[in-house]
Design a protein. Structure first.
Length: 414
């Protein structure tokens, strides 16, 4: 009991709580924009094609993921506060452009800036949280982090759906700007580093002279880190494909609900709340199972269940069936999220947490970019159900890859 109480205190230190608040509100803004506002606002209000919407979301993901690795390197050296403050400020500029830029060019620029601005977030939060919580609580801390992420990502579209009035989106954009201002205030109170071995606590040996050019030192640092990572060759395709499955659905989910299922804003919000709520409720219990039993079978079940539920969603028309399918998808992701990320956390060395997390997240995010681009093309060419079928097929491929990966020796970083 004393050990459990001690672990609970380590999971909810002031540092982790502030990080979780930053994650929640930034993901609230991103979820509102990506899932609800941009697909409908660009397609219906601005008259842009689904393909353009897909490219806009892809550029957001590209900006986010291309900068995660370099931002991880920077965060390892300068700490969390400056990285998050700068990133949130850039995200605020992007939302302002979305509010007043009416052409596709402005929207593409704004989406790119949004991605760049949010790129320091995940390397900071995951590196800081895992450093603070320690090795014995990987599953639990990942569950807590993803509860904050899913709560923000899920509540964003739901709350914004209730705030939107007709085609007047300007008040909604200003509401999101207010939330980002609040995040800036929270970030001011972040320390530069976590209490246990986070950025700012280590001097990293780059094996070059300290007066060498920055790019040269960074290049050597990156080569040294990457050469020390020993994983199955199948691990990287699995990382990439994981987010293709999500990226295929993100740009079209709201359009599918409105144009094919003819759901009202309230009914669509209920669907999101039900599926997301099940995931959130199960994340922490699954995190406990991960720390006790490991990740292998939880991932096997999660990948197959997700594939079946996503494909079945295309044949559901009544609200009970839609809710049931949404619930199954929620269960599958509650199994996948803490198990997959605890598995990845085992690969990350203590003194390079932010960089290695940034590197892995960049690969995952590349799948999100590819999925978003492919999604709009599949919708326009093969019909509204095509992205769902392809997404379900991708989950089967990931399951097969994981069968081979999990049968090999455990991966590790030296």
């Amino acid at each position: 009991m004393a050990t459990e109480a001690k672990e609970q205190r380590r999971l909810f230190t002031p540092f982790i709580i502030r990080m979780l608040l930053v994650l929640f509100f930034v993901e609230f803004v991103k979820g509102a924009l990506i899932v609800t506002i941009l697909p409908v606002y660009m397609n219906i209000v601005l008259g842009l094609s689904a393909y353009t919407v897909g490219w806009t979301l892809a550029l957001q993901y590209a900006g986010d993921n291309l900068f995660r690795t370099p931002m991880g390197y920077v965060i390892d050296r300068i700490g969390y506060r400056i990285g998050i403050l700068g990133g949130v400020a850039v995200a605020g500029v992007s939302v302002w452009i979305m509010a007043y830029g009416k052409s596709s060019g402005w929207m593409l620029l704004a989406a790119t800036l949004l991605g760049i601005g949010t790129s320091p977030l995940w390397p900071s939060v995951i590196a800081g949280a895992t450093a603070e919580a320690g090795e014995q609580a990987r599953g639990k801390v990942m569950s807590v982090v993803y509860v904050a992420w899913l709560s923000g990502t899920g509540l964003g579209p739901v709350v914004i759906n209730l705030l939107i009035r007709g085609n007047d989106y300007l008040p909604t954009f200003w509401f999101l700007l207010g939330l980002l201002a609040f995040v800036l205030a929270i970030a001011l109170f972040l320390p530069d580093h976590a209490a246990k071995g986070g950025p700012g606590r280590h001097e990293y040996a780059l094996r070059t002279k300290s007066d060498s050019p920055l790019l040269q030192r960074a290049s050597v640092y990156i080569r040294n880190v990457l050469s020390s990572i020993h994983v199955s060759p199948l691990f990287y395709p699995a990382l990439f494909l994981q987010n293709i499955a999500i990226g295929l659905l993100a740009p079209v989910l709201t359009l599918y609900a409105k144009e094919i299922l003819h759901l009202s804003n309230v009914m669509y919000s209920l669907l999101l709340i039900f599926g997301g709520g099940i995931t959130i409720l199960l994340l922490y219990p699954v995190g406990l199972l991960v720390d006790r039993w490991g990740t292998r079978w939880l991932l096997h079940i999660g990948f197959l269940l997700s594939s079946a539920a996503i494909v079945f969603f295309t044949s559901a028309r009544s609200m009970p069936l839609l809710l049931g399918t949404s619930g199954l998808i929620g269960v599958s992701y509650a199994l996948i999220i803490p198990a997959w990320n605890a598995y990845i956390a085992a690969l990350v060395p203590e003194d390079k947490r932010a960089f290695v997390w940034g590197f892995f997240l960049t690969i995952e995010g590349g799948g999100m970019v590819a999925g978003s681009i492919l999604s709009g093309r599949l919708w326009d060419t093969f019909g509204p159900q095509a992205p769902f079928f392809v997404s379900g097929g991708v989950m089967v491929v990931i399951f097969v890859l994981h069968l081979f990966i999990s049968n090999k020796q455990p991966v590790m970083v030296r």
